[in-house]
Design a protein around this ligand. Structure first.
Ligand code: ZN
Length: 506
């Protein structure tokens, strides 16, 4: 073994140990969201913070940074394997970036965000933005300081965005949102004016939990979530977490009076889970075996939830089973009416309840507001009014109070600036990838009609999952689709679907 190899192996071992700690922490957190008894909470917080501290200590060890620098600058670097180069490059990048933050700033940010979330909960309950404003001002100031400390040049916002979507730039994202808004606003106007609104009341009948769980599991299994390497459980705030290379947990919640919550939530989380299950386990804990970006992760959940799960072909396959499981709710309904109902679109004030089309407008305005907050073009005091004006301009609605306005999301109180655009980037990537898969595999709806989901999953494994972090998200999507990143496939998908659901002309 060459000296380069032996240092590389040492670094890998150290990182695999970090991964052991992180997955143990994730298991404790998963348990906290599912089965932990109420009285167990205080000790669990100590366990989690102990492990988090240990992970941070190891990751910020200057000796690890030094080894990575030596590996990256050694003459052999150019001749080692692609995966080794990618590992060294990615690890150096993230560890370098983290090490540029002064300890004082890291601690101040952690305190401000932990306090910020507590203040936000209270302010939201009281529906008073003014109660939260001082905490948010402090967080914005610290986030600007963080962006400057990263020393990446360019816009401060870009340095923050890079934490979630490496390599993305806000100028490109701003152009993409502008194009989306310009087309979506008039399209949603046509939808509103349509005389053929789907009857969504059929989704609000009684759907017994047990039957919902059965259908959700069948669908998750059919699309390819591997239950030998994962589990589905119940929680209040659905998510997906991986506890090891062959242990992926997805969580959902059930509403017996609304069909969509659990079913599409399960497909969404299964999509996240199938991405984790498709990463190369031989690189577990190292960049080639880790998810690429939040945007790409979200593309996988949205692809299976919306492009597969809300397609007509999918329901032609699952409809008989849905009617068998919910005879009282769906027995007298027609598939066409059900399919139109699950694809309804209507402006609303709450992001997490938004439909597939309007969702992107909720994100566009958050992106505009948060980048203006970071650049200083918008002050915290001006935020509620700016929020209300943008909702009026994009969705034709104004929030009645701050709770359904600028206080509705937890993100800013937790310091998550630059996170929102990854939701829409994911939606965009999903459509572009789906179209590319369809060009190679033929009409996918006819696959779904026959219950065939494997060809699409295998295509995603080959073109997306197996790359891990060896390429950026934009490189992965561009290579897979042979096209630059564009909002056009998403817009075409929404236009086609809404025209059919709302029976629009043209
Ligand atoms: Zn998601």
């Amino acid at each position: 073994m060459t000296p380069w190899e032996s240092t590389y192996q040492q670094v890998c071992r150290e990182l695999q140990e970090v991964q052991l700690l992180q997955t143990t922490q994730a298991l404790l957190e998963w348990d906290q969201q599912t089965y932990l008894p109420q009285q167990g909470g205080a000790y669990r917080a100590e366990q989690v913070s102990f492990l988090a501290g240990e992970v941070h200590r190891r990751k910020s060890d200057p000796r690890l940074r030094e080894k990575l620098q030596n590996l990256a600058h050694a003459p052999e670097f150019g001749s080692v394997s692609f995966e080794q180069q990618a590992s060294v490059r990615e690890l150096s990048r993230t560890i370098e970036k983290a090490s540029r933050l002064p300890q004082r700033l890291v601690e101040e940010l952690a305190r401000a965000c932990s306090l910020g979330q507590q203040v936000w909960v209270e302010a939201r309950r009281a529906k008073k933005f003014g109660d939260f404003a001082p905490a948010l001002e402090r967080i914005v100031r610290l986030k600007r300081e963080q962006a400057t400390a990263y020393g990446m040049g360019g816009l401060a916002y870009d340095a923050l965005l890079d934490d979630y979507e490496p390599g993305a730039r806000s100028a490109e994202i701003a152009a993409m949102f502008a194009a989306l808004v310009a087309e979506l606003v008039p399209l949603l106007g046509e939808v509103k004016a349509s005389k053929h609104h789907p009857d969504v009341s059929l989704l609000h009948r009684n759907f017994p939990k047990l039957a919902q769980e059965q259908l959700g599991r069948q669908a998750a299994q059919a699309i390819g979530f591997d239950f030998q390497r994962g589990r589905l459980d119940v929680t209040h705030h659905p998510f997906c977490t991986e506890l090891g290379p062959h242990d992926c947990r997805i969580l959902t919640r059930y509403d017996e009076q609304f069909f969509s919550t659990a079913f599409f939530g399960t497909l969404h989380e299964a999509g996240h889970g199938m991405y984790e299950q498709g990463l190369r386990s031989e690189y577990y804990g190292l960049p080639p075996g880790q998810y690429c970006s939040l945007g790409l992760h979200e593309s996988q959940s949205r692809l299976w939830e919306n492009l597969v799960g809300r397609s007509r072909g999918f329901w032609e396959h699952f409809w008989p089973e849905a009617v068998r499981l919910f005879p009282a709710a769906l027995g007298a309904s027609a598939l066409e009416d059900f399919w139109r109902a699950i694809n309804y679109s209507a402006p609303s004030l709450i992001r997490v309840e938004a439909d597939e089309a309007t969702y992107n407008l909720h994100i566009a305005l958050r992106f505009e507001l948060e980048s203006a907050l970071i650049s200083g073009d918008l002050t915290v005091a001006e935020l509620p009014a700016a929020w209300s004006d943008k909702y009026h301009a994009y969705l034709g609605l104004r929030p009645a109070d701050d709770a359904e306005g600028a206080l509705q999301d937890v993100h800013w109180s937790a310091g998550l600036f630059g996170y929102f655009p990854t939701y829409t980037l994911g939606t965009l990537y999903a459509s572009q990838l789906f179209d590319a898969a369809e060009r190679e595999l033929g009409a996918l709806e006819s696959h779904f009609q026959r219950g065939q989901f494997q060809p699409l999953l295998e295509w995603l494994r080959r073109n997306v999952h197996r790359h891990g972090q060896t390429l950026t998200a934009s490189e992965i999507v561009t290579r897979a689709s042979h096209q630059p990143i564009s909002q056009a496939p998403l817009l075409a998908h929404l236009r086609t679907k809404l025209r059919r659901v709302y029976r629009l002309e043209g």
